[in-house]
Write a protein that binds this ligand. Structure first.
Ligand code: TRP
Length: 455
């Protein structure tokens, strides 16, 4: 970008935008279903450990790297280590942005379509499993399913994403997140109150809070790390990109703590909305990607003013997904704008269109591509698996090796701290980033993949 680089209007602007990136389908859709398929509370414990010991130091590293270089991920690595192949880490991130957004938009499209389903009212005798299958395009043999409808919603969602990114960082992103994020939070709390007071909610709370460590395998750890990267938007330079719009007078430790804290808080609260309801309704916690879309409508059906709350909830879920999707697209667009000199609007439209096309097979995986599987995953879950179990952890690993040994932890530490800040990035950070995080990621990836492929 020539001349002045845009900057966040304020510190709150940055925190909300970064939290807006972090808080999304990862918290409300993916966290509960991954917790459900990985045995519940024991998974939550490992997930929280991953957030604190891996997620937080990496969040600091990415924001720091972005602010230091004021560049997109590819440009950031090039600026810090010119003439070396380190830029490939940034390029991997740009690729991950592509891949994740393509299926993310499909799921977000489901959420958008539920806004309208909610308006029609969720009634207690609706079969919510059927409703969900129809939404995603599963052919139920009665000729009533239209497989193009989910693709249409996917197009609508991608269109909104690219329109915001085309408008630019401050005007496009910041204006919206300031209003919508707090609203989402309030609504979730209302939902939790309804869910935990349903008859039979207790066993859901136990599933969520009482760990059964016999459920744990190598795969559980990999799933926990994958979820921590995905939910915090780490491992692909999204936080490098957002950090690059941050001004110099900020204490990185504080900003990172806000983002991590808000994101984790919202995920944990979402679990309290889902699991009590799952058990109260006699559903299966391991139901997979449909969990949120099947249980929550059933909860709304049992609430006073359920139509209104259901409508508001899916609206906010779609908005939360939108503030995340824009960060995914922004990584790719920032790279084309900074490094290739493309105009912002052209980059947004062309990339948005390509990502839309790449997402189509993920949507068709529930109908015409139903026989296409990988490790037992459908197309959408395969995209998800490659991105979250492979690319993000690898990107995170390389990023912390880069910061720890190339930039050096000492210099990064000094640069992160501001005298006015509260959280001081001390030598503990160097210890984590140089030894603990790389070792943990390598070990977990090794055993997780071993488990995945052998048993
Ligand atoms: N964190 C978002 C969520 O939880 C998804 C997301 C946005 C993301 N940007 C990202 C994931 C960058 C990985 C990398 O929904």
């Amino acid at each position: 970008m020539n001349g002045q680089r845009e900057h966040w209007g304020s510190r709150v602007g940055f925190i909300l935008a970064a939290a807006g990136s972090a808080v999304g389908l990862g918290n409300i859709w993916r966290f509960p279903y991954v917790t459900g398929t990985n045995g519940g509370a024991a998974f939550v414990v490992i997930y929280l450990a991953a957030i604190i010991f891996i997620g937080y130091p990496l969040m600091v590293s990415e924001i720091n790297l972005g602010r230091k270089t004021q560049k997109n991920p590819v440009g950031a690595f090039m600026a810090m280590a010119p003439g070396t192949p380190w830029w490939i880490v940034g390029a991997l991130g740009v690729f991950a942005g592509f891949l994740i957004l393509s299926y993310y938009s499909v799921v977000a499209g489901w959420a958008v379509s539920y806004i309208f389903k909610a308006l029609g009212g969720f009634s207690a005798n609706t079969d919510f499993v059927t409703m969900f299958y129809r939404t995603i395009g599963v052919d139920l043999g009665d000729g009533l399913t239209n497989i193009f409808t989910p693709i249409l919603w996917h197009a609508v969602f991608m269109g909104m994403t690219l329109a915001i990114i085309a408008a630019g960082v401050v005007k496009g992103i910041q204006r919206w997140v300031k209003i919508l994020m707090p609203l989402l939070f309030v609504l979730l709390v209302i939902l939790v109150l309804r869910a935990i007071t349903l008859p039979g909610a207790g066993s859901g709370i136990a599933f969520y809070l009482r760990p059964d460590f016999s459920q744990i395998t190598g795969r559980t750890f990999l799933a926990a790390i994958a979820q921590s990267f995905f939910t915090l938007s780490l491992g692909m330079g999204a936080m490098i990109t957002y950090g690059s719009y941050l001004s110099n007078k900020e204490n990185i430790g504080d900003n990172a703590a806000w983002v991590v804290g808000l994101d984790t808080g919202i995920a944990i609260i979402a679990g309290f909305a889902i699991f009590p309801a799952v058990f109260a309704l006699g559903l299966e916690p391991g139901a997979g990607p449909g969990l949120t879309f099947i249980t929550l409508p059933a909860v709304f059906a049992q609430m006073p003013a359920g139509t209104f709350f259901g409508f508001l909830f899916f609206l906010l879920l779609a908005v939360a997904a939108l503030t995340s999707a824009i960060s995914l697209l922004e990584v790719v667009v920032a790279w084309l704008v900074d490094e290739k000199g493309w105009p912002r609007v052209k980059a947004s439209v062309i990339i948005g269109a390509i990502i839309f096309l790449v997402g189509i097979p993920a949507s068709l995986g529930y109908s015409v591509l139903g026989n296409v599987t990988f490790l037992g995953f459908d197309v959408l879950d395969t995209f998800d698996w490659w991105a979250n179990s492979i690319i993000l952890p690898l990107g995170g690993l390389l990023t912390c090796i880069f910061v720890g040994y190339v930039w050096t932890a000492k210099k990064a530490q000094d640069y992160a701290n501001d005298p006015k800040g509260k959280i001081f990035i001390g030598d503990w950070y160097g210890f984590l980033i140089k030894y603990v995080v790389p070792a943990a990621i390598i070990i977990v990836m090794f055993f997780g993949l071993w488990d995945t492929f052998t048993g």
